[in-house]
Structure formats: C-alpha cells, structure tokens
Write a protein that binds this ligand. Sequence first.
Ligand code: AMP
Length: 192
Amino acid sequence: MLNLVIFGAPGSGKGTQSEILENKLGIVHVSTGDMLRKEISEHTQLGVLADSYMKHGKLVPDEVVVDMLEKFIDEHDKAKGIAFDGFPRTLHQGEALDKMLAKHNQKIGIVISLEVEDSVLIERMIARGAQSGRSDDNRQTIENRLKVYYSQTEPLKDFYEKQGKLVRIKGHNSIEEIASTIENEIQKHLKK
Ligand code: AMP
C-alpha cells in the first residue's frame, strides 16, 4: 500500500497532481477541502460550521477534520493507497494521521511538497476564483490563507523532513512536468 501526502500552500497544485496520481497509480485521492465544500453545498450541520471558518480563510478545527478523515480511512482500508490532499494542515493533524493509519498497520510513505512562490500562488488562486466562483479565492481571503499556511501548516515540513519522508518539488513547471517528477520520486521511493 502506498500512502502519500501531497503537501503545499493553497494554489500550489495539490488537487491537480493528486488527481493525476489517482489515475496513474490507482490509488484513492482524498481532499478535505472538497469534502468540506460538499458538506457546505448540502447544508449539513458540519457544512454550516465549516463555512464559518472557510469563508475567512481560517482552518476548520482539528477534531472536525480528523473525525471526517478517520471515517474515510476506515472505509478505504482495502485501497491500493491513499493520496492525502490538504490534510494534514497542522502538527496535531499530522500526528493524528499517523495514529489513524497505524490502526490499519499503515503509514505515510512519502510526502511530496510542491514549492511555489507567493506571487504565483496568488495569481493562480485569483484566476481559479474567477473561473470556479470558489468563494475563498478572493484577494483578502487568499492573504489570510497564506498567513495560516505559513504559521500553522508549514511547520509540518520539519515534522516529515525529520522522518526522511519529505521530497521538495518545484511547482512552477507545467502540470505534465511536475507530474512526471513526482512519478520519478515515487518510483525511487518504492525501490528503497
Ligand atoms: P483547500 O481546498 O484544501 O484549499 O481547503 C479550503 C479550506 O478548507 C481551507 O482554507 C480550510 O478552511 C478548510 N480545510 C481544508 N482542509 C483542512 C484541514 N485539513 N484542516 C482544517 N481546515 C481545512
């Protein structure tokens, strides 16, 4: 089983690359952002709660997201692997993920960090917002999301680097070039 985290700031291309991996490797892609947006569109209690954080670019509380992911992992314990996109986003979530996987004798094998500078991230998210109408892809919320990323999420790089799992990849090239670099890194990891 191959479990991996696709890591990076908002707008770094995590969703796009996770979908490519899902198709190429036959693993399952899970995006906590997509799960939360679905809850919002269905007006569930969880969706109403999540929306009150997401519209300000803040993180939804750890326990809410961890519970949601725990159910997902339990339901997919026969999968070939899982690509985690947008999770973990805090050290607490990183530790919780290890525990949830350990319950199934699983672990994270590799963490792909997509490295893109802020000016490019901002441009990409504004362009995405114009196309998709995603409500948190507006300038004010984008700035908050980046602040939250640097203060709460980026420390996870250290967490994974210390475990020898972090692979940094420049996220500026074309989608195809990045996908092929990721695939090479995964092949190297599988040969270890
Ligand atoms: P994303 O689609 O991954 O950019 O996530 C959009 C928004 O959903 C984030 O700005 C957060 O408000 C919320 N969100 C997604 N994943 C998480 C997570 N793992 N922990 C907390 N909040 C999250």
